[in-house]
Design a protein around this ligand. Sequence first.
Ligand code: GLC
Length: 728
Amino acid sequence: MLGQTYRKQLLEQMTLREKAAELSQLWGENPDGTLMGLRHGFQKSTHLMDHAGSFLGFNGAELVLEAQRLHMEANTHHIPLLFMTDVIHGYKTIFPSVLGIGTTWDPALAEEMASVAAAEAAVSGVHVTFSPMADLVRDARWGRVTESTGEDPYLNSLFTAAFTRGYQGDGIDKPLHIASCVKHFAGYGAAEGGRDYDSTQIGDYSLYNDYLPAFSSAIDAGCELLMPGFNALNGMPCTCNRTLLQDILRDDLQFKGIVISDCTAIWELVPHGVCADNAEAAKRSFEAGIDIEMVSSTFYENLEKLVESGDISIEQIDAAVERILLLKDKMGLFENPYKDADPEKEKELHLCAAHRALARKAVAESAVLLKNDHQVLPLQEGEKIALIGPLSDSRELIDVWGLVNGEEKDCVTIREGLADQDILCVPGCHQWNLREIDAVHPSDDALMAEALQAAASCDKIVLALGEHPAMSSEAGSRSDLSLPANQLELLRALSCTGKPIITILISGRPLLVKEIADLSDAVLMAWFPGTEGGNGIADLLTGRCSPSGRLTMSFPRTTGQVPIYYNHLPTGRPNDTDKYESFKNGYIDIYPGPLYPFGYGLTYTEFDYSPVRLSTDQVICQDDTSAEPLLEASVTVTNTGTHEGTETVQLYLQDVAGTYSRPVRMLKGFRKVMLAPGENTVVTFPITADLLKYYIPGRGLTLEAGLFRVFIGSDAETSNKNEFTLTI
Ligand code: GLC
């Protein structure tokens, strides 16, 4: 680092126009799709381009080396560019989509994946990734649930910290580490109707208890940047929401880093209806706390006038520019503007065997076994398999954000993963992209006939169905969570053959699985499994690996049920049965509760739990700041099946009577234990005051006396419980 004196001198030398440029991030592509990047024969130099602070989506060692060289020459003060892009579950080696990383319940694995992603990105010249995504999600209609780790604040917090540590390591100046940007602050996942970019209404009680913890966790882990969401929060767009970006972010959460707008989000303040024009949008977003404007150019076009008119002070401008210069200095870019960009290292690291092996392991840990009747899985030696479905030999196993830098050509298909099995592989039907809702799809008749013929001569059917990558992620909201109709027709037809059906689902979100499960003997939810998808899925189907994934989003019975989540408030008429009860919370046309709950997932064995034991049922807390456990809860878990398996033992707490109504239960701990058949182990959870506190508007984090219930089991619906009374 060159230090504050150097940076202060730079600030003194920079003109106001140069400072406005430093606060601007340019898109890596010209409107015609050619690469922008500093006069690569496509675009003449401009003052903005020569003095921009950063580029979006412009990476690759050769390109970055040249672009940075040209920039350093052209920039009056030789200030290096920051190169930023979306590396959210891998750069070239693509890991399972983030919702699938969440279902591993393995933050350490997530940290390892982030570290690999950072290394692959760094050698391609990337300095900053727009990850982790910390949005709590409860509505599977929203396409971006695929980018989140799910519906639980505690689990999401563990993952956002793990991702941040993985990317940033023990210093962003160190080789092969990059800066991370936590997003989308805040409440973006609560978009009304699951419609992307729609309004969100979240009161402080839920904002602080549900939506902010994962951001706070990333900030505490040292996340260098933060991105507000596109959404209006309680009527005020996050991009110009002073309460959010100053009072909550800077004061409450003590964030000291850079705030970067989302892509064109400042321009969008005009259609949001809060600014009359781009000049006002620049003023309101900058005043609220945006440091870098992504892609839109209102800062560059208006900040000088706003300072001259006295609307914005030069001190405010300098504070924002200083944060950017500080990040560049912390990364060592003033001494070495090229950092890790290295074409030879790219060839060595991208998709190397070690990275592929980690991706393959992640696929096996992320998939969730939803059903496995009469042990139809794992496949047995010598069985003849009809591998059917539009995703049976497809490389479309990467979600949209993974495709920013990842490539489908590098994916291993399910057929390729099963190459050592006796399989006959046919598509059975076409793979539709439902975004083309008015498209006329080709007939599946011939494919269906071929599939039925293949089914006739096999012992078991492995059916690979699911979403097209374009059916989820950003702007991928769906009003109906069903599989495409032609895939359901294929399943219905095959179910009439009487052959066992193992359905593999490839998807970015919870789908409607009721009919699929009714017609299948086994169902494996594999998310968008990424580059090693075929191998990881094959490892599970053949029993080389045992399924251990656990859901982190509730699976609804119908689309009408969403938003649905386990940590809901009890209401005054709770119905915690799975039966209809009149005049109770629920519907008259479906049973209450999800089809598959948070925390659910099968293995190839069975586990038995002892009753929950507590070290005491009367607890006195004299110092609620102490990290000492108030009591311990434990169970004995036994593998009562015939296969080795990994059980995710989950601890849930319920605050039975608080000042505010509290969720029916909250995840407060978990432990993954691998047990051989017949083996048992004692799992003990220390319960500290921190686990019992919650945010009360106007009072902050608070510990309250009273009755608490302790649940320990294999998913959020466990009835294995005990209780204690807390006195303070
Ligand atoms: C997008 C997304 C954001 C992403 C950014 C840069 O519109 O909302 O998550 O990081 O643009 O690609």
